[in-house]
Ligand binder design. Structure first.
Ligand SMILES: *Cc1c(COP(=O)(O)O)cnc(C)c1O
Length: 335
């Protein structure tokens, strides 16, 4: 099976497993796991943030991030298809007690005009108060789209002008950095608090990181424990993350090349494929998904009229070419 449903389906490589098996570990709730600490310090350094916290999921990292920026009853502004508003099962409301208002863009991009109209830091004691702005880079449901760094800087200035803070959901920020060549600290600069995933394109089995100030991370560490996310010898997982940072970042360029190849076969405008996600319009997505599975290619239907393909570490160039052939043939019938 060639699995194009998501970049979360990767399995740890032999070399990554070896790094996990030989990791130095300790009790991370006591702050005594040297491998977890090394991962947190390295990640914070990469983005120019003071500190980092290793978490079991990106959803937990985003919960802790928004909690640190938005008081109960206040709001965060984000795009209408953002992961924090659509794919975390209402966790931000259920756990953090905050609200959201959204701007909308077909590719999930930051629209400074719409954003400027939404910002409401203090309209008196009758209207919800904006506390933070969140941007997702790359944007998952936007088709792996990259937020241009100039626009992110514009968002930062807008936030500063209104006394707001900025959250960056960077689950796939690695893909954005590799696709654009923008250095990681420049992304780090625009965010007060940010999250990055190790378990997507980087191919680690588990884990995300929350990055921010020392004080923010100190409080997030308490809340992580309070929510049941404190862990003990997590160094076996952090070792996979450290391995991924060393070996699996630059190679994301291969995933992007495979995505372009698939886009071409599926007659998708290459201008709509910035990184490793391809959204393919088609008449009957469920039928194409089933027919592709019969031919050994797994992809997902997003709604009734589009397919989603994601390239990753476990899809070789040969796999990508074979999947492209299968999908081109099926789409010719069901376009
Ligand atoms: C996957 C993802 C997350 C976190 O997902 P988990 O499955 O909880 O690790 C957060 N944001 C974006 C944009 C994602 O794609």
């Amino acid at each position: 099976m060639i699995d194009l449903r998501s970049d979360t389906v990767t399995r740890p490589t032999e070399a990554m497993r070896a790094a996990m098996a030989t990791a130095d570990v300790g009790d991370d709730v006591y702050g005594e796991d040297p491998t977890v600490t090394a991962l947190e310090q390295q990640a914070a350094g990469l983005f120019g943030h003071e500190a980092a916290l290793f978490t079991v999921t990106g959803s937990l990292a985003n919960l802790l991030a928004i909690r640190s920026l938005v008081p109960v009853g206040a709001e965060v502004l984000c795009e209408a298809q953002a992961h924090i508003v659509r794919a975390e099962l209402g966790g931000q409301a259920a756990v953090n007690g905050i609200t959201m208002r959204t701007w909308s863009d077909p590719r999930g991009l930051v629209d400074l005009q719409q954003l400027g109209d939404l910002v409401a830091p203090d309209l008196g004691p009758f209207l919800v108060r904006t506390a933070a702005i969140s941007a997702e880079n790359t944007h998952n449901f936007g088709g792996g789209s990259v937020q241009p760094i100039d626009v992110l800087r514009g968002l930062r200035s807008l936030a500063d002008a209104h006394g707001l803070t900025v959250h960056l959901d960077g689950a796939r920020l690695w893909n954005a950095a590799v696709a654009t060549g923008v250095p990681l600290p420049e992304y780090g600069d625009v965010a007060d608090v940010m999250t990055v995933a190790l378990s997507k394109g980087l191919g680690a089995p588990v884990g995300s990181l929350l990055l921010g100030s020392g004080e923010c991370i100190r409080q997030a560490r308490e809340w992580r424990k309070r929510l049941g996310g404190g862990w003990r010898q997590a160094g076996v997982l952090a070792a996979a993350g450290l391995y991924a940072l060393e070996h699996h970042v630059e190679r994301l360029a291969d995933d992007h090349a495979h995505a372009r190849l698939l886009a071409e076969a599926c007659a998708v405008d290459p201008g709509d494929v910035d990184t490793n996600i391809i959204v393919v319009p088609c008449a009957d997505a469920a039928t194409v998904v089933a027919a592709a599975a019969d031919e050994g290619v797994l992809c997902s239907a997003v709604g009734r009229r589009s397919l989603r393909l994601v390239t990753h570490l476990d899809v070789s160039a040969t796999d990508a070419r074979r999947a492209a052939g299968v999908l081109a043939r099926l789409l010719a019938r069901w376009r």
